[in-house]
Design a protein around this ligand. Sequence first.
Ligand code: ADP
Ligand code: MG
Length: 690
Amino acid sequence: MRPDRLNPLFAAAASLPSVGPAAVRALERLDIARVKDVLFHFPIGWRHTRSITHLADAREGERVAIPVTIVAHEPPRGRGPHRIAADDAGGLGLVLAFFGPRASGLAARFPVGSTITVAGRLDLWNGCFQIIHPEPVQGRVAEAEPVYPLTQGMTSRRLAALATSALERVPELEEWIEPSLLAKKGWPAFREALSLVHSNPESEAARNRLAHDELFASQLAWALVRARRRRVKGRALQGSGRLTDRLLESLPWPLTGAQRHAIAEIAGDMAQPAAMLRLLQGDVGAGKTVVALMALLFAVEAGAQGAFLAPTDLLARQHHATLQTMLGTLPVRLGFLSGRDKGKAREATLSALAAGEIDILVGTHAIFMGAVQYRNLGLAIVDEQHRFGVAQRMMLSEKADRPPHLLVMTATPIPRTLALAHFGEMDVSRLDERPPGRQPVDTRVVALARLDDVLDGLARHIASGAQAYWVCPLLDAGVEEEVQSDPDAAAPAVARAAMLKHRFGNSVALVHGKMPGAQRDAEMARFQSGAAKVLVATTVIEVGVDVPNASLMVIEAAERFGLAQLHQLRGRVGRGTAKSVCLLLRGENLSASAKERLKMMRATDDGFAIAEADLKLRGAGELLGTRQSGDQGFTIATPEQVSRLLPAADADARLLMARDGGLEGPRGAAARNLLYIFEKDAAVATLRGG
Ligand code: ADP
Ligand code: MG
C-alpha cells in the first residue's frame, strides 16, 4: 500500500485551488488528472515579452507589453471581432481585437481615454499593428515566462500557477539516488528539481534528475520482477508434435531458416521450468504469425492454454481470422475476447475459458483483465506492443498458479537500452530473413501538386481489380497559441475520403481512431472482403493489417511521418504476389531532415537500416514537448534522455538490489517511495511489507 505521505500527490487535480469543471476538462485533454500529473507536465521553453513604449521599436510577430491610450470602440459586425483603437505614446495606432465571448464587457475594462498597459503578440492587419486578445498588465511585466504544452481553455500562466500550488503538496522525501552518483552529477533533490523545472524550463540538471528518477523507478521495478521470477518456478511445456507436425504439413510454403531457428529457440525455452521471456524481432512481413502459432500449439499439445494479445481490436480480429484459416481442420478450440464483447457472449467466452474449453484465446488487453480466468494458461504471446510493462507482466503472472511463458513480438528493431526499459531483460530471437519470392515495393516520391495524376493512377489500379490504402496524417495539435481551438485530429482523412468518394463512390472506405468501434469494424470488413477498393485511414492501420490484394499505398504529407512509421505503413503492401507501389506524397518547402527521410525510404526497405537512420535523424536536439514521447512509454524522460541516462539508472537499480534486495534499509525504503510515485505498485507488491 502506498504510504499516506504520498497521497497528496495522487489527489485529484480538482483539489488544487480554483480548479473548476471547465479547467478539469481542459486538464484532462492534457492527460492531467492528479496533482502529480500537474507536476510532471513540464514547460517546454520560455515565452519572452519585451516592454516597449513606442510601436516604432517593435517587429511583427513579437510579443510586447506596451502602454496605450484607448481611443475608440468598434463593436463587432457579423462574425468579425470587437475592435478597440488605441494609440501608443507617440500617437501611433494599434488595434486590440477580441473575438467571440471575449468581446463582452470590454467598454468597462477598456474605457475610452484611459491608459492601460497591454501584452500580446503584434500582428500586422491591413497595414496596422494589431494584438488579438491582449492581456492587461498590472505592475511589472514578466520578461520571460515558462510556456507549457497547451490545449483549448488552458493557458501557460494558469499551468504555472497550478504547478506552484501543486509543489506545496510535495512532501520532503529521503533521497533514493546513490549519494556518490548524486554528488558526481550535481543534481538537486527531488522536490527542488520539480520546483526548478517549473520556474526555469532550461534547468538541465533538474530535468536530468527527474528523468533519471523515472528511469531508475522503471529499472528497479524490472529488477524486482526478475528477482520474483527467480523465486517462483514456471512450468515446463513439452510439445508432442501432434498438432505442430500437421500444421507444418498443411502450410502452403516451407518455413524460412530464420523461422525454424526461432521456433526451435522458443520450444527449447518452453521445455524449461523457468518461465520463458523472449522477444521475437522481425521486420514487417517476416512471418512472425506462424512462429506464434507454432508456440501456441506446443502449449496446447502439452495440455496448457495459450493467449495471444494484439494491441487493437482491429488487429486482434484479424489475427483471430488468420489463425482460424491456418488451423483449418486441426482440433484446436480458438476463442476471441475484446473490450467490445459484452453481456452473454462475453460470459460464454469467460466460462468456456475457465472450464478449459478454449485452447487459444485471441484478443486485446481484455484477455488479461481481472475477471478473466484461465484454467491453465501456459503461454502468452504479445504482438506489436510498444511496451509490456511491469504491471501488465504482474497481471499476467496472476493468471496462472505458475507464471506462464511469455513471447513478445515486435517489428520495431528496438535498441537494447529501450528493450530493457520497455520489456525488462529478455532473450532475443530474430527473423532476419524474408520469405522467398517477395518483390521489393516500388517507392516513389510525388509532389502533392501532381494529385490529379495520382488519382488517375489510382483509378487504373482499381480498374485492374487491385486494392489500395490511402493514409493521411493527423492534424498537428499546436502547443503555443492560446487562442487556437482544439482541432479534430482526423479531419484530413475525413476530408480526403469525402473527395475520393466523390470520384470513386462507395468503393471508398474510411477508418480513423475517433470513429465508433463498430463502424470502424464494418468499414474494415468492407475493405478486407474486397467490397471496398480504397481504404482511407489515419495511422490506425500502421501495424499488422494484412490484405494481400492491396498493392498500392499512398501516404499523404509523407514528410510529416517518422521513418519507422513510414516503414511500418509501407509494410502493409508487398504481401501478395503482385508488384506493389508506395507513393509518398510530399508538400512544399521540406526541411533537410524530411528530405533525408524520404530519400532513405526510396533507397532501402531494410527495417534495421531504417531504424538506425531514424535514431540518427531524430537526433539529440529534438525537443518532444507533447506526449509524442508517450509512445516510448515515459512521461518525463525524452527519447534522448532514455538513451543517455538509462544505462546508469539500470546499473544503479541492480546495485541497490544486490545490496538490499528486499528494499528494507534506509535507501531501500526511500526507493519504495520512488516506486510508488512512478506507479510501480505492482513491483512493490512483490516485496515483504509492500
Ligand atoms: P509479420 O507479422 O512478421 O509482419 P506475417 O506473419 O503477417 O508477418 O506474414 C506476412 C505474410 O507472409 C503472410 O501473408 C504469411 O502468410 C506469409 N508468410 C509467412 N511465412 C512465410 C514463408 N515461410 N514463406 C512464404 N510466405 C510466408
Ligand atoms: Mg504481424
